[in-house]
Design a protein around this ligand. Structure first.
Ligand code: FES
Ligand code: FES
Length: 160
């Protein structure tokens, strides 16, 4: 099967077996920032934005994405030009091995796009479906608070 999609703003033709999930197809196409964790929809490592909505890529059949827009964490910021959320994660010490970070950053991005001034409980709820073995949740929560504070002061949005 194949699907024509836009990934991080670029047109891509993806080819895959009929039972393939989006996680594997993206990784095979070079988007290795989409991480494979549980494959059960429980860890958030494989999170991407599909037409602007958060999905666990391990739970999406690749055959269902024809014509759709996919954003991985590289689509919102890179090493060279990081998004303020990524900068906040680094500054708050919320990145250790980094395996969970792409999913967490995308979850924080979706939260702050929808709700620039989240309350503590709303941040916690937005990060609820994520597992981080290294940091626990304290530094990650701190990073999202820091990002919200900065983006709320006017630097909000994509920087790519
Ligand atoms: S690998 Fe998809 S949610 Fe864990
Ligand atoms: S930083 Fe290692 S799993 Fe989260």
């Amino acid at each position: 099967m194949e699907a024509q999609v836009r990934v991080n703003g670029e047109e891509r033709l993806l080819r895959f077996a009929g039972d393939a999930v989006l996680l594997d197809v993206l990784r095979e196409a070079g988007y290795t920032e989409v991480k494979e964790g549980c494959r059960e929809g429980a860890c958030g490592s494989c999170l991407v934005l599909l037409d602007g909505l958060l999905v666990n890529a391990c739970q999406v059949l690749a055959g269902s994405v024809e014509g759709r827009e996919i954003t991985t964490v590289r689509g919102i910021g890179t090493f060279q030009v990081p998004h303020p959320i990524q900068e906040a994660f680094v500054e708050a010490g919320a990145v250790q091995c980094g395996f969970c970070t792409p999913g967490l950053v995308l979850a924080a991005y979706a939260l702050l796009e929808a709700n620039p001034h989240p309350r503590e409980a709303e941040i916690a709820r937005a990060l609820d479906g994520h597992l981080c073995r290294c940091t626990g949740s304290v530094k990650v929560l701190e990073a999202v608070r820091l990002a919200a504070e900065r983006l709320g002061k006017g630097s909000r949005g994509k920087r790519s």
